[in-house]
Design a protein around this ligand. Structure first.
Ligand code: NAD
Length: 356
């Protein structure tokens, strides 16, 4: 493992994106967003993705410096086309539109289609929460067929994340944010690079047996070589048995079919589609009991006696908050393979690599 200080990571990642056509602002935004995922402990959605993002720009799958096209615009609804721009550019644009409408109308919905990879969905819920809004997000990673539905051994779903954010006055928001697969694809990537091992039953093979071997998803791979999920014959399993699989299905329908990104399926170009709902709690609750009741409920929830082997009952978003404090202070731990693959890609595009 190497421990990379945030400033050095930012430097190499931002320089890399700037070399492939992003403005300095976008390059820094994409770098910070990826590092933000590492800081919250979601290494699967962090800088491990830099080589893949560079390849997407080179292949024309992502267009740097893109802005959204607004296709539908009513007082409470917008449909916006991300036009295959960097997700870290077009997703915050979509959130800003939703926030502005919810401020006016109390409630809004924004359908974002054809966005480049929008990373950690919690980042967008945090943005809305910082503006005092509750938000709910249904997402598809259209074209990325990775997950077997409940009862299946074949892939039919993307990792289709779901996220809810709740603002709190003068405190960090509550953020529930997860892939509807047992693990996000990036966690299989992390495991394949010598990082944290996969939990039991995370994958299912073509023979219907459960597995934790990343080669089930990627086929055989070299330590520093690319990971291609189209080469494996197995699948990640949907979480939560029939209930989680059902939520994943709805993420495909709302994040995909409803936004126009289209639910995942064969022969599709990768994009994220996100259907987001924004609610102003101050408009729903004129007596202003919301924030106090959230505070009361969090204390009640956390007061439950911990199960055997558990130190503390945590609310959604608490693990990420603690990790962010710790990693901002100490740096981001990366496996040698991940750091080497980032450095190799940086050198390939002529970016500087800082000494550690
Ligand atoms: P995960 O399994 O780590 O679950 C995270 C959620 O569970 C968080 O809300 C966290 O606060 C909560 N949590 C974790 N441990 C807890 C505990 N002990 N007690 C209480 N709550 C706890 O997340 P994941 O499914 O691996 O997803 C990782 C990231 O990947 C997410 O940010 C997600 O948005 C992102 N993702 C993005 C895409 C995309 O296409 N852009 C696709 C899939 C996933």
């Amino acid at each position: 493992m190497v421990l990379v200080p945030v400033a050095k990571l930012e430097q190499v990642c931002a320089d890399t994106f700037a070399r492939i056509g992003s403005t300095p602002e976008e390059a820094l935004r994409v770098a910070r967003s990826l590092i933000g995922a590492n800081l919250t402990g979601h290494d699967s959605h962090g800088v491990i993705r830099v080589p893949r993002y560079v390849d997407w720009v080179k292949s024309g799958d992502i267009t740097p410096n893109q802005t959204v096209a607004v296709l539908v615009d009513t007082p409470s609804l917008a449909v916006v086309d991300g036009r295959y721009g960097f997700g870290q550019t077009v997703a915050p644009e979509a959130v800003r539109i939703g926030v502005a409408k919810a401020r006016d109308a109390g409630l809004s919905a924004v359908a974002l289609r054809d966005a480049g990879h929008i990373g950690r969905i919690g980042e967008w819920a945090e943005m809305a929460a910082a503006e005092g809004l509750v938000s709910i997000h249904f997402v598809t990673a259209s074209g990325s067929i990775l997950v077997a539905p409940f009862g299946a051994r074949e892939r039919r779903l993307s990792t289709a994340p779901f996220c809810v954010g709740v603002p709190r006055e003068g405190q960090e928001p509550v953020i529930l944010d997860f892939a509807t697969s047992i693990v996000a694809e990036g966690k299989v990537m992390v495991a394949s690079q010598g990082g944290k091992k996969l939990p039991e039953g995370a994958l299912i093979g073509p023979d219907g047996e459960f597995s934790t071997d990343p080669a089930m998803l990627y086929g055989p791979y070299e330590p520093e070589g690319p990971r291609d999920s189209t080469r494996g014959r197995g699948a990640i399993r949907a979480f939560g048995e029939h209930k989680g699989s059902g939520l994943a299905f709805m993420c495909e329908i709302l994040g995909g079919s409803l936004t126009g990104a289209k639910a995942t399926g064969p022969g599709r170009r990768f994009c994220n589609g996100m259907f987001s709902i924004y609610v102003d709690p101050k408009r729903v609750d004129p007596e202003q009991v919301f924030d106090a009741d959230v505070t009361r409920y969090i204390a009640y929830f956390k007061s439950a006696e911990p199960a055997k082997g558990v130190d503390e009952v945590l609310t959604p978003g608490e693990p990420e908050r603690r990790m962010r404090e710790e990693r901002t202070r100490n740096g981001v731990p990366l496996t040698e393979a991940t750091w080497n693959s980032i450095c190799a890609k940086a050198r390939e595009v002529g970016a500087g690599v800082p000494a550690l």
